[in-house]
Design a binder for this molecule. Sequence first.
Ligand code: GDP
Ligand code: MG
Length: 760
Amino acid sequence: MRAKAACFACTMCQLRRGFCYPFPTYSKQYYSIKTGKIKSIRHLPNLDISRIRNIGIMAHIDAGKTTTTERMLYNAGYTRSMGDVDDGDTVTDFMAQERERGITIQSAAVTFHWHDHRINLIDTPGHVDFTMEVERSLRVLDGAVTIFDASAGVEAQTLTVWRQADNYDIPRICFLNKMDKPTASFELSVENIKEKLDVKPIILQLPIGTGKEFRGVVDLVSMDVLTWRGNDGSVYEHQDANAEIVGDLWAEVQKARSALVEQLADMDDGFAEQVLAGHGDKLADVSPDKLRAAVRKVTLARAGVPLLCGSSLKNCGVQPLLDAVVDFLPAPNERQHNFLQWYGNDPVALAFKVCHDQQRGPLVFLRLYGGALSAHSSIFNVSRNCTERLSRLLLGFADQHVEIPQVTAGNIAIAVGLKKTVTGDTLVASKKSAIAASQRTREANTPPNEGSHEAGDIEVILPVLAGVDVPEPVFFCTVEPPSAAKQKNLDHALACLQREDPSLKVHLDPESGQTVLSGMGELHIEIIQDRIRREYGIEAYLGPLQVAYRETTTRPGCTTVSLERHQAEMLHSVSVELFIQPQPGAGPVCISWAPSEGPVPRPEIMESVQSGIESGASQGPILGYPVQDVHVCVQSITVNPSTSLAILSACTVQCLHKALLETGGQILEPLMMLEILVPEEHLSFVLADLAQRRGSVLSIHARRYGQVVSASVPLADMMGYSTTLRTLTSGTASFSLEPSGYKSMSPLEQRKLIQERKGP
Ligand code: GDP
Ligand code: MG
């Protein structure tokens, strides 16, 4: 092991290389041009939009995203040595928790240059608890590199993020990493990608050797052999591919090259015509430039996905991957953004991430779609309808930042000074600009004979960019400060953390008066607790982790509740009749009003009934869990004129709860999709354990390196699974989890749960 020295930027910490958390004041020294080798990020060239690539790196945990990002920065000349996840010294995993655990928690943005192009790259987390981080990054990316572990093929979380990227229509490149592993298989991985992701991979390289023998690739576009030398893979040799150099692989190379040309001709008619006109039968002679242009076209149209391979750990194949990012992934102006037309040349940006810096306050990550934003200016937050002061603009280099005077369309930058902006907000130059855009939208959508509205005479609907869907949390627990005096500090910490992470929810339990945290999983909540301790200096106490159950109904039914109360010498009498029915998959309760022959109730009465239903549904009658998948239809309301609205609302809550109990009173529990990769010899232990966890095994597939078990397991039985699996299989198995909806509990299970919670 190499000796550890102090961090380059300061002498305070013990990091061997890189920078201490959160933002060392001396960062500029580190980037001193005097060192000769490291590029100065203070002298960034201003590039045309066509030379920008906003890309994400996504994959299952441990596929090698962070390692690949490290190698990209190294090859592009931005770091002096290659960081290693296992040593905890990578540039992008800069949070203390990330370095300790060797996993990515926050998505980090880094900017670097490659062949006169600026690449804004986001390294995203792979763990299911942090899916939200992936989702909000995807919202602002133009392209993505998906990394696969060539010895494991398409793993569960890759499938999830792949589907997420489909929703945002993002062109992608596939990189088969870890070709140096003895169990790596190029062919099996390609087959697996075709089958599981239902895409057409465009094979651009063939590996030379696998496992320990892996030493290079044949580039099927340029027909060059690339071999890597030296310890750090920074030197690689180009040779023309021919039978002598390639040896046994030559026939396969020729076949693959022809297959590539044919495949592209099938996918792109223009290319097919060009090829047939120019080359007739000799399809293999098509020039590399023409091939590259066709691959680019097909990738942008999402008809196919270029596929490359290598070993990031050994820095083999990362340079051609960067070439492919520049060659095949879209520039920001090649993506369709319909809303841009309403803003003309005015700036319009989306805030896709907020993080808190102790010195600078909230840092808001912005993707600028149109126009330009300058530092020291004011901007208008359309989503919150407020003007904010943008004091400084920074360019992110993981935990390092460089100040820039202006940011132009297509770029990603960090804004300092925005106090109210949260993830998902749209920012524009001014309120005037937003209103003008709103009017343009309305004019375009109003038929010509309906006349135009005067500005301000109707509610102005300001056009905002679609935000990010926030997943429903599945776990919750209470959180308490170490002493009552610290409650205020804890509230502040939670408010900051919530602004950074929309998948974290915080609410006050009205019954117990306790603060309740809800999150995406055990790890998510554990990391939040850790951050409260480290970043805000509060030893918060967390109650036991509980599963977020839901309540619903199983059959339709109608119920009436009448109340009569004497209060302040007045008689309050009210009667509410509700009809409820199950609506599977509908999510939160839907409310409707039955048509009635009498007069329409006053708006405040309708509001009071509506709020009664909503509050009754937020805490169901069985165990107080939120009610879902239920349709409530208000049949009738009878009130005397003096009845208070609070009593009407309380009566509605009672009526809803009575109706729910009378029509089945069913508890739903969250289910998880579990995929386990386990060596044959440990399979039986894993299956026996699953049976005890109420899991149902959906399939068991043999793969070269073991068995893949897919199962559906209630979340409540998955607590501490990683430790159990490690013990059962001596650490040889790996697994991934993904939420897969809710299922009704059986009467027996439900009775057990109620007994547990309420006592016998
Ligand atoms: P991430 O979770 O996708 O960010 O993956 P990491 O970059 O953290 O890598 C996970 C583990 O795989 C680490 O132990 C890396 O050293 C290892 N790893 C990454 N790339 C390679 C590779 O090309 N070959 C081998 N053998 N291991 C790799
Ligand atoms: Mg990582």
